[in-house]
Design a protein around this ligand. Structure first.
Ligand code: HXC
Length: 257
């Protein structure tokens, strides 16, 4: 049987999706994007889902970009369709109701960086290299980079990266806020274990509520976004988690969510 394009592992509701084209540095072609879309559709309604982690197979790359060989001969219309396919898939990833984390191991370039940006946050190994090098290929980012990158790191740094195409290391990615943490490559599994423990101990409905408030609020003016927060906060009091969480504090015991 041939290797899956994306490997799936589930550890107590923490699902890891591993893009599995290591010989092409996990470059995103149409087939990988279709498979990612299918898997995300499946995960959307999965019971007990706590978080989704995205990473790349092998030690060399997270994802080195969209597949350049596949893109080379596209017409403008085919390029538009390819970009729209990726944007729809990345939107589906972003809209998952649970936290999503990019575990960036090695090259994270072009469409790879845009995939990481579609995750809620990113954790990088110390050998990670980031960049939006599309201008070196005669194009611009097309999987959301010109929009999600400035929202993550600010417009000046996004302009720097997208117009020079320069690559940055993990330390600079941390400094500009592109990633949340940098770890040695062999520490990534321990991070997954830590995350599993942390998220596994929190109330799943409140974790989902916090994500929804931040994501949906970011697209609204402050007043509307604060009203959204109030609605979601009040909604917490309609479920079991709030009573259990607060009772556990008062009774000096651990909550059982
Ligand atoms: C297709 C790729 C690829 C890519 C690497 N490979 N990146 N194939 N698309 N994006 C393939 C190489 O062709 C090679 O295949 C194998 O992976 C190993 O890569 P090497 O280049 O031999 O490795 P190395 O010398 O270590 O260089 C690593 C690298 C370099 C610096 C990451 O591969 C590189 O510059 N890749 C392209 C990075 C990039 O420009 N990404 C942005 C793409 S545009 P063979 O068969 O020769 O072994 C993009 C646009 C998104 O993402 C929006 C579109 C709408």
């Amino acid at each position: 049987m041939s290797e899956p394009l994306i490997e799936v592992a589930d550890q107590a509701g923490i699902v890891t999706l591993t893009i599995n084209r290591p010989k092409a540095l996990n470059a995103l072609n149409g087939a990988v994007l279709s498979e990612l879309d299918r898997l995300l559709d499946e995960l959307q309604g999965r019971e007990g889902l706590r978080a989704v982690l995205v990473t790349g197979a092998g030690e060399k790359a997270f994802v080195a970009g969209a597949d350049i060989a596949e893109m080379r001969d596209k017409t403008p219309e085919q390029a538009r369709r390819f970009a729209r396919q990726a944007l729809a898939t990345f939107k589906r990833l972003e809209a998952l109701p649970v936290p999503t984390v990019a575990l960036v191991n090695g090259f994270c370039l072009g469409g790879g960086c845009e995939l990481a940006l579609a995750c809620d946050w990113a954790v990088a190994s110390d050998n990670a290299i980031f960049g939006q090098p599309e201008v070196l290929l005669g194009v611009i980012p097309g999987f959301g980079g010109t929009q999600r990158l400035p929202r993550r790191v600010g417009p000046a740094m996004a302009l720097d990266l997208c117009t020079t195409g320069r690559k940055i290391d993990a330390a600079e990615a941390l400094r500009i806020g592109l990633v949340n943490r940098v770890l040695a490559q062999d520490e990534l599994p321990a991070y997954v274990a830590e995350l599993t423990k942390q998220l596994g101990g929190n109330g799943p409905a409140s974790v989902r509520g916090a994500k929804q408030a931040i994501h949906d609020g970011m697209d609204q003016d402050l007043e509307s976004a604060l009203a959204l927060e109030t609605s979601l906060f009040a909604l917490c009091f309609a479920g079991d988690e709030q009573r259990e969480g607060m009772s556990a504090f008062v009774e000096k015991r651990k909550p059982n969510f």
